[in-house]
Design a protein around this ligand. Structure first.
Ligand SMILES: [Zn+2]
Length: 486
């Protein structure tokens, strides 16, 4: 199995640090507002990644931090005239609810920054003791020039830090040095959350919370660190500097994984452009499954362009798979009712749906005699093993479904192969986090019939050379995300 690492800019063979265990850390949200669809994209991607690694037999511990003390939180809470901790708890709760709705269930532990103040202060103290950080009247700073390899992840030079600098502070030795601890004593900071530290009352910088949390749970070195592409610089470069300086060990992680951007109709999503979409808003119009499928139709590293057309297309494709499973179940039931199955299979089929899923393990789907299926299975797993290429894996499914729908109608598939196919789709459901075996809400058997009628009408229109009308219908179908081939 290969994983692309941002550090080497290459796909590398997956090698764990310890046997079949994988430690995965992904940068979590700053909880001052509802999560948007860009967050959704990142966390759905890492959820799929963890699911697939577990499917491959690894035991994965997935740790995510929650930034619950930060300038954005403090400013927002001042605007609303509430405690910053109250604001943070509210949005943390809403974030976790959103993730559950999207079936992003794989995070083992959410670690709040404010629950790790001792670890944060301790790590800063060690950086000071080792000479990588210094204390001024305004706080504690990491001295970037002391860490020779600064910027090795982003390949950017120190000067570029300049543009990311927020605090103008004359007490720093260099404007590139970043804050580990911010002193917040005095009138102007009244009402802000503060903690006691050896350097006075204040609060931590952003970068230090991740390394304090990961050092506590994972140690100085672990397997995978993930996050959005926008976090590489300076955030992840700062993390590397902090932990490698404090531990003297390198590298921090074996693989750096970054998800691509999400654009809305070709533009970067932003509040000022008015194209900012929260997960909650999106889910008023689309199901969580549709959004998940939409996300997974693009490789996790590639940019995604969000549009209504693509969402509709995703919706339709989820239905296509579910409709197929429904047809498959009907064919299985028909064989069972006719008594065309062995005693062993009859016994399994007499169980209820949830119990049948467990029994499906008996039906191995690798290397069956059913050729179209074999190709689909092969392509699915080869693609997933190639840096989690979900678009290629999913692309294997549709030609198979098309063929297999015919084969089911013509009763060309053995009951064993039908159950092997069902086993495969149970696994696909687990890996992608979309339950294709649950088609109960789908009304789409009618949709299919309706589409056939529309296709017939269009064929007749074209035969009568009424191309405008035929094209008009096609364009409207395409707008709904329905693929039309003439
Ligand atoms: Zn982070």
């Amino acid at each position: 199995m290969k994983i692309y690492s941002t550090m080497s800019r290459e796909k590398e063979d997956l090698k764990t640090l310890f046997k079949d265990k994988i430690k995965l850390f992904v940068c979590g949200p700053t909880v001052y507002d509802d999560a948007h669809i860009g967050h959704g994209r990142t966390y759905i991607s890492f959820d799929m990644i963890k699911r697939y690694l577990e499917f491959k037999g690894y035991s994965v511990f997935y740790l995510q931090n929650i930034t619950d003390v930060d300038d954005k939180i403090i400013n927002r809470s001042k605007e609303r005239n509430i405690e910053s901790s109250q604001l943070a708890r509210k949005y943390e709760k809403r974030f976790i609810e959103d993730m559950a709705t999207l079936n992003v269930t794989s995070v083992n532990y959410f670690a709040r920054a404010t629950d790790h103040m001792d670890e944060i202060i301790d790590q800063i103290q060690r950086l000071v003791d080792k000479g990588f950080a210094y204390v001024t009247e305004t706080g504690v700073y990491f001295e970037v020039s002391k860490f020779d390899e600064f910027g090795k992840l982003s390949n950017r030079n120190i000067e570029e830090l300049e543009t990311h600098r927020i605090d103008v502070d004359d007490s720093k030795r260099s404007s590139n040095d970043f804050a580990l601890w911010k002193n917040r004593e005095g009138e102007e900071f009244a009402g802000e959350p503060v903690w006691d530290s050896p350097w006075g009352k204040g609060r931590p910088g952003w970068h230090i919370e991740d390394t304090a949390i990961t050092e506590k749970y994972f140690g100085a070195q672990y397997d995978i660190h993930g996050g959005g592409l926008d976090l590489i610089f300076p955030h992840h470069d700062a993390e590397i500097a902090q932990i490698e300086a404090v531990s003297g060990k390198s590298p921090l992680v074996q693989y750096w994984m970054h998800t691509g951007f999400l654009n809305v109709s070709g533009e970067k999503m932003s509040k000022s452009l008015g194209n900012f979409i929260t997960i909650r808003e999106l889910l008023k119009e689309y199901s969580p499954e549709t959004f998940r499928f939409f996300v997974l139709l693009t490789h996790y590293r590639s940019p995604i362009d969000f549009s209504e057309v693509s969402l509709h297309q995703a919706e339709r494709n989820v239905s296509r798979i579910k409709n197929y499973i429904e047809a498959l179940d009907e064919a299985i039931a028909a064989e069972y009712e006719k008594g065309n199955v062995s005693d062993n299979i009859a016994e399994i089929l007499s169980l209820d749906e949830s119990e049948i899923r467990e029994e499906l393990l008996e039906f191995n789907y690798h290397g069956t005699a059913y050729e179209a299926f074999d190709e689909c299975v092969d392509q699915f797993f080869t693609s997933m093993d190639d840096d989690f290429s979900t678009p290629k894996a999913i692309a294997a499914i549709f030609p198979f479904i098309k063929q297999s729908n015919k084969d089911l109608e013509e009763r060309k598939i053995s009951i064993e192969d039908m159950l092997a196919v069902k086993h495969f789709f149970a696994d696909v459901s687990e890996i992608l986090g979309i339950d294709f075996l649950d088609y109960k809400d789908e009304t789409s058997a009618n949709d299919e019939a309706l589409l056939e009628i529309i296709a017939d009408v269009r064929a007749k229109l074209r035969a009568e050379k009424k191309y405008d009308l035929s094209d008009d219908i096609r364009d409207k179908l395409v707008q709904l995300g329905i693929e039309v081939s003439d």
